[in-house]
Design a protein around this ligand. Structure first.
Ligand SMILES: *[C@@H]1O[C@H](CO)[C@@H](O)[C@H](O)[C@H]1NC(C)=O
Ligand SMILES: *[C@@H]1O[C@H](CO)[C@@H](O)[C@H](O)[C@H]1NC(C)=O
Ligand SMILES: *[C@@H]1O[C@H](CO)[C@@H](O)[C@H](O)[C@H]1NC(C)=O
Length: 353
């Protein structure tokens, strides 16, 4: 319990957003999530993070049809949602952005936090985009696994923009006082030549090129982190309660999802406020994806190459892939060597790291 507390209080769910140049480098000052809280002490839990289903549900860990997809203070978009200190990021249509989050030990300290039977990719992040900024009545079940990449799914009010592994392959948490047995943190620190004690994870996503200028664009960052029926499953299945026990396939035993909202202030692609790097459609109205990733020396200041070239690191039916369950190439999953492994011994060997 003590060790869990130590990890839980180490970082809040603070998120920030960064604009990415076509070469992957982060540019400009950061933006923030909707209604950002910079401290976790003295703030009610449901003001800084949002878990579904809630922990204290009397009828158990099941999703209800009217479960709201985000926490109360993130549902409306109003004057108090952003402040001078925690502003909304200004971006152009077609820009890439990084949504950064602290992994809270879910990536680099799985042994310490005693996490049971979780997928190897540490869960899948779904990024849903919409111009309907008011999420007051937005239910989880009406958006997640309903909105599709072509925007025709569910109520058609938004679309699935990308899927990412929660472990972005780079991030790690500072080694806690109780020590390190996983070996993930020191390996990543030296591999990425990063002298920081921790490195935030990121979900990179391209703002659609056809979003309207002069209006916020809303992205729901949703982390699907179910407890599975067995260990070593690569990615969560893209289904509710995928109880396939009669088919012999691994299934979701306990659903667990987290979500957060970030908004982007969409400006003209040639707007002076963007600085030297204008939006991709400034010079050429038909520009689509102009990524040309440069070798980066400091990952703390850059996007993730694989994410900038591939919106679908996890292939799901909602993105038009002809699959029944979510799938991913093992080579696209950080620590993919753990797929199929039922008993993990720490520290992890270099071959897996
Ligand atoms: C899945 O199905 C099996 C067999 O019918 C059952 O024992 C188990 O409780 C089910 N699990 C869930 C989460 O519904
Ligand atoms: C990427 O582009 C930005 C903006 O033009 C520039 O400041 C930065 O030095 C470039 N980074 C690399 C690694 O080339
Ligand atoms: C989808 O996959 C199934 C099974 O592999 C195959 O039978 C079917 O023809 C595929 N459909 C399309 C549209 O490719």
């Amino acid at each position: 319990l003590l060790s869990l507390l130590e990890l839980a209080t180490a970082h809040s769910w603070s998120r920030q957003t960064r604009r990415l140049a076509p070469n992957g480098t982060m540019i400009g000052a950061p933006g923030y999530e909707r209604h950002h809280n910079d401290q976790d002490l003295g703030v009610a839990e449901d003001h800084i993070s949002w878990v579904m289903p809630p922990n204290d549900r009397p009828d158990g860990k099941i999703i209800h049809l009217d479960d709201k997809i985000v926490r109360p203070n993130q549902r409306p978009l109003g004057d108090s949602s952003y402040t001078d200190q925690y502003p909304m990021l200004k971006v152009a249509p077609g820009d890439f952005v990084a949504i950064q989050y602290t992994e809270n030990g879910h990536v680099s300290l799985p042994d310490k936090t005693g996490q049971p039977v979780k997928p190897v990719n540490r869960g899948t992040v779904y990024l849903y985009g919409t111009t309907e900024n008011d999420l007051t009545n937005a239910n989880l079940v009406d958006i997640h696994l309903k909105w599709t990449s072509d925007g025709t799914g569910g109520d058609g009010k938004g679309k699935l923009l990308a899927t990412r592994n929660y472990d972005d392959g780079q991030c790690y948490e500072a080694i806690p006082k109780i020590g390190d047995t996983e070996g993930i943190t020191p390996y990543r620190q030296s591999t990425f030549k990063n002298d920081q004690s921790n490195l935030m994870c990121q979900s990179d996503v391209q703002i659609p090129t056809d979003v309207p200028v002069g209006k916020p664009y809303t992205i729901i960052w949703l982390w699907d982190w179910p407890t599975m029926s067995e260990e070593g499953v690569a990615v969560p299945p893209a289904t509710w309660y995928a109880n396939n026990s009669d088919t012999g396939k691994p299934y979701v035993k306990i659903p667990e999802l987290y979500a957060s909202v970030v908004d982007f202030d969409i400006v003209d692609p040639c707007d002076p406020s963007l600085g030297d790097v204008k939006g991709p459609t400034c010079k050429n109205k038909n520009a689509k994806n102009v990524v040309s990733f440069a070798t980066q020396t400091v990952p703390v200041n850059a996007g993730v190459k694989a994410q900038m070239y591939n919106p679908w690191l996890v292939k799901v039916p909602q993105a038009g892939f002809n699959v029944t369950d979510a799938t991913a190439a093992p080579s696209d999953i950080p620590l993919g060597g753990l797929i199929g492994m039922k008993q993990i011994t720490f520290p992890l060997p270099a071959s897996i790291l």
